[in-house]
Design a protein around this ligand. Structure first.
Ligand code: P4A
Length: 419
């Protein structure tokens, strides 16, 4: 790398800002802030908080295996971060004049656009690495650890940018006359989002398989019988997770029962209780072996070249490879989770957990410190139990097929029979 004055300076500023821990906000704080705070307050908070969050993840980018960092796509992502960090530092000393506030909004929009292809570009970087170097277990662990943290950081930074620009920017706000506070719906109708995600997944399923499983929906409000189940949440995040789960379930069901007259329904339970709101999506798609459920969340494993557009028809239900790991990050971002439990031979249950209380839905943010940096240098212990089976090892273990590189119809049917 060139060591111009600018680069050395940015290094110093990175050291400075990465010493601060990011400040996680709860959805309750986002709502309070959005309803009471002024643009100036938001500006003063973000001009420090955004560089802190950027610096914390940029420090980790620099610890990535060198082989990966040298890949053109990874280098590009690294450059985007450096540019955005610099863009924000321009506001360090600025007063909060109207002109500055306008420029700040413009800078945020620019940054959001610059990073819109981060996920795809990093996936390309991982692919470039896989195709040019053998990847050992240690490297694979580091990449899994890093990508979870990079994408979580990205979700959180986009959240902050969206809140500021939607509340104070001049962008046309499509939901400005609704109850939304920025991107948060204080009364997000969970069952509504479930139906919406199901319908859109079903549309894709019908297109590809010419049939689709029905939805059987059950709703239990354990707090107030028969009242609609609502959470304070970002509806687009919830939709993203449920759309992914419905696509997976439909694909499994159609491949397992595809030849039959009638296929079993996908069953969704939406349950509200004091601590959690749970959404369980159950299918009878034949399931997957227990040893292979973790692979569905593995970035290295999920990274495969897109089947060439001309050679095979597009596979709309195949998702884009990172569907499940990203969905789990969306759930964990606000202290929830996404868990898969499969019964091989029968089907899969997927549960999305959301915090019922907005005061407990705090952002979960990666922090750069001694613990996180050690992860990139030392291997986690892997051999201290007898009969240790390293399922994530490349090549030596039986693997399920690459999820997004789905082959054409007949092969899918054959392979799913072995699930
Ligand atoms: N059985 N069960 C699932 C899958 C199979 C499954 C599956 C073959 C595997 C890969 C895939 C989609 C489905 C399910 C529900 C889930 C996840 C996996 O939420 O029935 O590629 C994306």
């Amino acid at each position: 790398m060139r060591t111009t004055l600018a680069v050395r300076n940015i290094g110093k500023m990175l050291d400075f800002y990465s010493q601060f821990n990011p400040s996680p906000l709860s959805t309750k704080q986002f709502i309070d802030f959005g309803q009471n705070a002024c643009e100036r307050t938001s500006y003063i908070f973000l001009r420090k908080e955004l560089p802190v969050r950027l610096a914390n993840i940029m420090k980790e980018i620099h610890l990535l295996p060198e082989n990966l960092l040298r890949m053109p796509s990874a280098t590009l992502v690294n450059q985007w971060y450096a540019q955005s960090f610099k863009d924000l530092l321009k506001f360090e000393q600025s007063d909060a004049s109207d002109k500055t506030l306008t420029q700040f909004c413009e800078a945020l929009v620019m940054i959001r656009n610059r990073h819109s292809d981060t996920v795809q570009t990093m996936a390309q970087g991982v692919l470039e690495l896989k195709e040019s170097h053998p990847v050992d277990q240690q490297t694979e662990n580091s990449i899994q650890y890093f990508l979870d943290r990079l994408y979580m950081s990205r979700i959180s930074i986009r959240m902050l940018i969206n809140q500021h620009t939607m509340l104070f920017g001049t962008e046309l706000n499509v939901v400005s006359n609704s109850r939304h506070v920025g991107s948060i719906d204080p009364n997000c109708d969970v069952v509504g989002v479930v139906r919406d995600a199901y319908e859109n997944a079903r549309f894709l399923c019908d297109q590809y398989y010419l049939a689709s499983p029905e939805l059987e929906l059950h709703e239990y409000n354990g707090l107030e019988a028969n009242a609609p189940i609502q959470v304070v949440y970002v509806p687009s995040h919830l939709y993203h997770m449920l759309f992914e789960l419905f696509k997976n379930s439909m694909r499994a069901v159609m491949e397992f029962h595809g030849e039959k007259e009638k296929v079993p329904p996908v069953v969704a339970h939406v349950v509200a209780a004091s601590e959690d709101v749970c959404i369980k999506v159950s299918d009878r798609g034949g399931g997957i072996p227990r040893s292979q459920t973790d692979l569905l969340f593995n970035y290295m494993y999920s990274t495969a070249p897109q089947p060439s557009k001309s050679a095979s028809p597009t596979v709309p239900l195949a998702g884009y490879g990172y569907g499940l790991p990203l969905s789990r990050l969306y759930a964990r971002y606000l202290q929830g989770d996404l868990v898969l439990q499969s019964c091989e031979g029968l089907g899969t249950d997927a549960v999305v957990y959301l915090k019922a209380l907005s005061s407990e839905a705090n952002e979960l943010l990666p922090v750069f410190n001694k613990t996180s940096s050690r992860f990139y240098r030392t291997s986690i212990p892997t051999g201290d139990w007898s009969n240790h089976v390293r399922h994530l090892t490349t090549g030596t273990q039986p693997r399920i097929r690459q999820p997004q590189a789905a082959p054409s119809g007949p092969e899918l049917t054959k392979q799913s029979a072995s699930c």
